[in-house]
Each structure stands twice: as C-alpha cells, then as structure tokens.
Ligand binder design. Structure first.
Ligand SMILES: [Zn+2]
Length: 217
C-alpha cells in the first residue's frame, strides 16, 4: 500500500471505529503496512475519529522516518506484529466497551457461535498486563503474535490485525459483537447454544466463506 492510500484507509477506519462504538475519546492507535519493513501509524495525541492528513508518522522497523510528529507511544506492539507476521497489512488497537469489559475478566471467548465468530475469532490469545507503550508489552505481544489475529491485552484493550484494514476492522467489530453477546446473555440469564466442534472445523475447511487462514508454524 502506498502512503496516501494507507492514510486515507486509516482515516476512514478511525471514523468508522468512532461511529460504531469501536473506539472512544482519544484512546487507541491504528497502523497500516507500507512495505516489508515500513508502516504508517497514528501520531501521539491524535483522535481516531478526526485524523488529519498530518496525524500520521511513517516508520521503519528501526526508527520513525520523520521528525515532525512523534508516533503513538504504543508503536512497539504494532512493530512487533509487522515483524512477526509478514502477511499482516493493518493493526488496530482500541478499547471498545464490551471487549474491554471481557479483557477485565477471566471469560474465555467462544469461537463457535455464529459465522463471523467462527472465522474471525478462530484464534484469540491473552497478553498479560504491562503498561501501555512499554518494551515489556511490545515483547509480550511479539511472543503471541503468531498464535492469533486477536490479542486481548488484559485490563487494557484489544489488538486486532489482518491482511487489510478492512479485514482487521471486520475482526474488531466481530470481536466487540461476540463480547456484547456474551455479556448480554449473562445479564439476561440466556444460555448460548454453541455449534459442535466438527461443524466449526467443517465450516473453516469447506464452507468457502474465506480461504482458510495459514497460521505461522
Ligand atoms: Zn492502549
């Protein structure tokens, strides 16, 4: 993706996130890959719903490539994902209400409830709490990056990444919906009916919904 395309894509993703309760206030930071070792990330202090043309910083894996703005201080975890997963094109970090509520509990996320849930939540992992922007959080994310496309940052928020901005956004929205469904069902005393494991694996292998993800070994 060239940097104009990445910037426009991230601006519209940020607006979409605010408009759909997938982000709030000035929390969250988002990025898109520009090349094998480059990515564009929101600058420090920006608001996802109103990203201006100069609210981004191009970075290489080694360092930011411009001195005008500082990249988000949470850059280490974005970089860790781009380094570990060459096929990843976009990383979204946000703390929407229901997903963050679940990230503050021990609830396990089901991936056997409905179509998008089976696909986007096929693998999700927890990452223990470390302060935002710390090298420790970056390294904890690096350790789990290959095992999932959704990371729950305990008592903090979510990291969702995929081949494109559009797919990452769909993953984030699906995650928020699943969490909302679980919490709503619990509050209402409803028991959710899961699909059987063989149906889920049959769906992932044969339904043609999306090509099966190839997970790093
Ligand atoms: Zn954060």
């Amino acid at each position: 993706m060239d940097s104009n395309e990445a910037r426009r894509g991230l601006q519209s993703a940020g607006r979409y996130m605010l408009d759909n309760n997938l982000a709030w206030g000035n929390a969250g930071n988002i990025s898109a890959r520009l090349g094998p070792d480059r990515y564009l990330i929101t600058a420090s202090g920006t608001r996802l719903g109103e990203l201006q043309d100069d609210d981004f910083v191009e970075c290489s894996f080694a360092a930011p490539l411009s001195k005008d703005r500082k990249p988000s201080k949470e850059t280490p975890m974005h970089r860790a994902i781009y380094e570990q997963r060459p096929e990843i094109g976009a990383v979204l970090h946000a703390s929407p209400f229901y997903s963050t509520l679940v990230a503050c509990t021990e609830i396990d996320l089901p991936a056997d409830l409905f179509v998008e849930d089976m696909y986007y939540l096929e693998r999700a992992e927890h990452v223990s709490y470390f302060h935002p922007g710390s090298p420790e959080l970056g390294e904890a994310v690096r350790a789990k990056a290959g095992r999932a496309n959704i990371l729950f940052l305990d008592n903090h928020g979510e990291l969702v990444y995929d081949t494109s901005i559009r797919e990452a956004l769909m993953g984030l929205q699906t995650l928020e919906m699943v969490c909302r469904m679980i919490v709503t069902a619990r509050s209402a005393g409803l028991e959710l009916r899961s699909l059987p494991a063989f149906t889920v694996s049959d769906f992932l292998e044969k339904s043609g919904y999306r090509p099966r993800r190839e997970w790093p070994q």
